[in-house]
Design a protein around this ligand. Structure first.
Ligand SMILES: Cc1cc2nc3c(=O)[nH]c(=O)nc-3n(C[C@H](O)[C@H](O)[C@H](O)COP(=O)(O)OP(=O)(O)OC[C@H]3O[C@@H](n4cnc5c(N)ncnc54)[C@H](O)[C@@H]3O)c2cc1C
Length: 431
């Protein structure tokens, strides 16, 4: 097993048993009866790649590794995102759609959760370019680089003074005579930004006015892009940015949504973002469960496997049941999303009322899955005693990353706020 640690705390037999191969086996044995043969073989394809990749490159997941180094190799295989086939950038991935992307994420998160989260942030830049490239060559080129792992990307919504209140932005965009825009303002906590070639950013023609927002594609080599790293100790391998945009000129062909379109584009991006965070959260539950299930079956105290003590076994079954059930829910959501895309002839053709219902579902899943992963990851580590807290396994990564997901993509309270508005709409539709 390729694990980097300062001192080995876990015995050789258990360390070996917790290999990536065995952890995938545990996951697969759980999902075998649930997935269709096609879905299952796709999951296994990505898993096989990750296992070979870990071995071939002697990846230890130790603190010195740079997860950004792996992006080109995963990109070449089309493993940054499978939400679409990406024919427009000459990829034509056979396995694509919501289910394919969920399973891809599951395999990659089990390989390395921080790497998976970083790639997830690149996807947030991919989606708006995919929807709004309008066949303009510079946009297609950026899209291709992001999808194929040539360059990481990021999305700039959050500002130092505007977090949850994302529609009252202070970053301004001023239109010039030649149709370009000049951007001025500050952004913060943007995953991947210091490492990104491309950034999708929001600004407004009038401060605090959500109706005047616009959306831009920015090349981070341009003058006026100034970015420092914000260090988040729970994901020490990820580079988040704090940007000062100073007289940053965005040429006309890089405007993804003009003034008045930004807010709509922002909300359009939030549904897949929240579902993606839910995929990540449930993948982290599985990652932690895999370790805990193997460990508690092998670790002995008082002359027997600790799993056999009810305090351990029953807690683990509770975490396992809740994880399985939310996985089934997410899978159903992803399957019905793919069916709708097929039925209506494209994501953009799905009727508005169905899309509206998806906004509520995305918040429900994001809310539920991230809260669950916070519990499951912590409790799984707890069931492993000192071993779960040591640096010997990825368990500490799971505990740490699971504490972040409730904030990213809109906090728990914001999801509750969105859901309460959806409840009001449903009430009005029903009574
Ligand atoms: C690891 C990480 C990665 C991130 N990646 C990105 C990224 O890639 N791009 C990007 O743009 N942003 C990113 N963010 C920013 C993230 O989306 C924001 O941190 C988040 O939206 C919350 O904003 P805030 O930090 O300003 O908190 P605030 O908005 O100040 O919230 C503070 C507290 O107040 C609560 N609160 C606020 N308003 C309400 C309300 N109306 N009702 C009830 N409670 C409320 C919140 O729930 C929270 O508990 C990232 C953040 C982190 C930590």
């Amino acid at each position: 097993m390729a694990n980097k640690f300062q001192t080995q705390a876990i015995n050789d037999e258990i360390m070996e048993a917790m290999s990536l191969k065995n952890r995938y086996n545990f996951l697969n044995n759980n999902l075998m009866a649930i997935l269709t043969p096609d879905q299952f073989s796709w999951l296994r394809e990505v898993e096989r790649f990750c296992m070979r990749y870990e071995k071939k490159n002697d990846i230890t997941h130790g603190p010195e590794e740079d997860v950004y180094d792996w992006i080109p190799d995963f990109g070449k295989k089309g493993y940054i995102t499978r939400a679409h086939a990406f024919d427009e950038v000459d990829q034509s991935y056979e396995q694509h759609g919501a289910v394919a992307d969920m399973l891809r994420y599951l395999a990659i998160d089990n390989f390395d959760p921080q790497f998976a989260m970083g790639s997830g942030a690149t996807v947030l830049a991919i989606n708006p370019i995919y929807w709004h490239h309008e066949d303009i060559p510079v946009r297609l080129e950026a899209l291709k680089q992001l999808v194929t792992g040539e360059a990481p990307g990021c999305i700039l919504i959050t500002e130092p003074e505007r977090g949850s209140d994302a529609v009252h932005q202070l970053t301004t965009c001023e239109e010039q005579d030649d149709g370009s825009f000049i951007l001025n303002g500050d952004k913060i906590y943007n995953t991947n930004a210091p490492k990104s070639k491309w950034a999708v950013t929001y600004a407004t023609a009038e401060k605090n006015n959500g109706n005047k927002m616009a959306q831009f594609l920015v090349d981070t080599d341009w003058d006026g892009w100034n970015c420092d790293r914000v260090f988040i100790p729970w994901v020490p391998k990820l580079y988040l940015g704090r940007e000062e945009l100073r007289d940053l000129r965005v040429p006309k062909e890089y405007i993804l949504g003009g003034v008045g379109k930004g807010r709509e584009h922002l909300f359009e991006g939030l549904v897949p973002e929240r579902i993606g965070i839910a995929y990540g959260a449930i993948a982290q539950c599985w990652g932690a469960l895999e370790y805990a299930a193997i460990y508690t079956n092998l670790r002995e105290q008082f002359n027997q496997a600790i799993l056999k003590f009810q305090g351990v076994g029953f807690l683990l079954t509770d975490l396992w049941a809740r994880t399985t059930n939310v996985t089934l829910g997410l899978l159903k959501f992803a399957e019905s999303f793919d069916e709708k895309v097929e039925k209506f002839g494209g994501e953009d053709k799905i009727p508005k009322n169905i899309k509206q219902a998806m906004v509520a579902s995305a918040s429900q899943f994001k809310y539920h899955a991230t809260m669950l992963s916070k519990d499951v990851c912590y409790e799984c580590a707890n069931l492993m005693g000192g071993a779960g807290l040591s640096d010997n396994t990825l368990t500490h990564d799971y505990v740490n990353i699971s504490r972040i997901q409730e904030i990213v993509g809109g906090s728990r309270q914001i999801q509750q706020y969105i859901m309460s508005m959806a409840l009001r709409t449903l009430f009005k539709m029903s009574v």
